[in-house]
Design a protein around this ligand. Structure first.
Ligand code: UGA
Length: 440
């Protein structure tokens, strides 16, 4: 099929590329000429494992192209995806102005002679946005244009987006009309995954409800971690024990510094705002947010307790990205923590396998911070190692080397990456989350 994706950001670029990979002809549109320039040169503006190769292969095969022209996209794609940002407003509600603008632009490019078009919302949007898109397109499109509107939320995770897109757990298609649904079913035929068909409102809600539930799982285990800490129990064992119940599952029960990134913090806020607008306030999600925010403060208190003060202390910080396998530092707890430590007078040497560049550009970190190319080099003469991101290379670190390079052998593990037995053998003093400390 011929499809168009409007918005070549994380979701748009990765999903467009994966649609091309399964055999569709894809036009990716973005209004940022520099981004399109970069993509036309065969480079990708984000770090996502496996994506660059896939972009190059599909461009070479003639199935993937890039343009700044919405008109070209609307002409070429029988299915047109909207994948533009839906950022939060100061009150937590969603700013839908990009979606509205794209809906208007699509409408103005539609012509009766192009034939039927399906307009699909892939961005995460509040329930009832589909109605608004339909109303806007109807209002701005010329007389005689035929189109359908569909909601098709995306569930990819950064860092494993290609695999999530090619092998999804499920595909959700929200459609109130059979013709549009037929196009969507054909589009997803090459994928081996269960397809759930719903009305548009339900599909939109599924996305916010799913992300909120995952965030709830994380806050739940973090609250349990604090109880474990107070009781001298081990949250890793507790998570294993409760996760073995198939109704609960072990995934997303990793205690740590809490969730960050461009999705969960924004989507939980949005769902709280949506529920309030609908007269059904979702207090539980406010508690999820509170636990998440407290998690970092609790961890910082633990560091303060051992270091006494941050002033004139040198901290080796492992991790800047909001999670592993990405260079994304949006709403990264690692960055937020660095800001607090710098503010209290610490000096930081940070290391991250991918996110040093993005942290320098977007981290807004002021104070005595420098960056090491090598994670071990960051340790030289430091008063403590703080692990803030769950990169696998941190989990398999050579702990003898860590002990040798630190000035004082203090390790604060905000992601429970290290094995307490190995830590003990390396004679490190170790403070994880929700697990007994290994002291001296
Ligand atoms: C999340 C969802 O997992 C995707 O399904 C969804 O499509 C995406 O948001 C989105 O709405 O676009 P993502 O933000 O890329 O994906 O990353 P996750 O892997 O979900 O991690 C989110 C945060 O939770 C990270 O900061 C991670 O460190 C934290 N986390 C995750 C934990 O603290 N504990 C866990 O057990 C799992």
């Amino acid at each position: 099929m011929k499809i168009t994706i409007i918005g070549s950001g994380y979701v748009g670029l990765t999903s467009g590329t994966c649609f091309a990979e399964v055999g569709h002809h894809v036009t990716c549109v973005d209004n940022n000429p520099e981004k399109i320039e970069t993509l036309l040169k065969g480079e990708i503006p984000i770090y996502e494992p496996g994506l660059a190769e896939l972009v190059q292969q599909n461009v070479a095969a003639g199935r993937l192209k890039f343009t700044t022209s919405t008109e070209e996209g609307v002409r070429d794609g029988e299915v047109i995806f909207i994948a533009v940002p839906t950022p939060p407003q100061p009150d937590g509600s969603v700013d839908l102005s990009f979606i509205e603008k794209v809906a208007r632009e699509i409408a103005q490019c539609l012509k009766p002679e192009l034939g039927y078009r399906v307009i699909v919302d892939k961005s995460t949007v509040p329930v009832k946005t589909g109605d608004k898109v339909k109303q806007t397109v109807r209002r701005y499109a010329p007389e005689g244009v035929e189109f359908g509107v569909v909601s098709n939320p995306e569930f990819l995770r950064e860092g494993c987006a290609v695999d999530d897109l090619l092998n999804p757990d499920r595909i959700v298609i929200g459609s109130n009309d059979d013709k549009a649904l037929g196009y969507m079913q054909k589009l997803y035929e090459p994928f081996v995954a269960p397809v759930l068909v719903t009305d548009i409102n339900s599909a939109e809600l599924i996305k916010h409800a799913a992300n909120s539930f995952l965030a709830l799982k994380i806050s739940y285990i973090n609250a349990v971690a604090n109880i474990c800490e107070a009781a001298g129990a081990d949250v890793e064992k507790v998570a294993e024990g409760i996760g073995m119940d198939k109704r609960i599952g072990r995934q997303f029960l990793n205690a740590g510094l809490g969730y960050g990134g461009s999705c969960f913090p924004k989507d939980i806020k949005a769902f709280i705002a949506i529920s309030e607008t609908l007269g059904q306030p979702f207090g539980l999600l406010k508690e999820v947010e509170r636990i998440n925010a407290d998690q970092m403060n609790h961890f910082l208190d633990k560091i303060r307790e051992k270091l006494w003060v941050f002033r004139e202390k040198k901290i080796a910080l492992w991790g800047l990205a909001f999670k592993q396998n990405t260079d994304d530092v949006r709403e990264s707890v690692a960055i937020k923590m660095a800001r607090v430590m710098l503010g209290e007078g610490a000096s930081i040497v940070a290391a991250d396998p991918q996110a040093v560049g993005t942290a320098k550009r977007f981290g807004n970190l002021e104070g005595d911070i420098s960056y090491a190319d090598d994670m071990y080099a960051a340790l030289d003469g430091a008063d403590a190692l703080v692990i803030a991101t769950e990169w696998p290379q941190f989990a398999t670190a050579d702990l003898e080397e860590v002990a040798k390079r630190l000035r004082t052998p203090l390790v604060f593990d905000g992601r429970n990456l290290l094995d307490p037995e190995d830590v003990k053998a390396a004679k490190l003093e170790y403070y994880p989350i929700g697990r007994p400390a290994v002291a001296g």
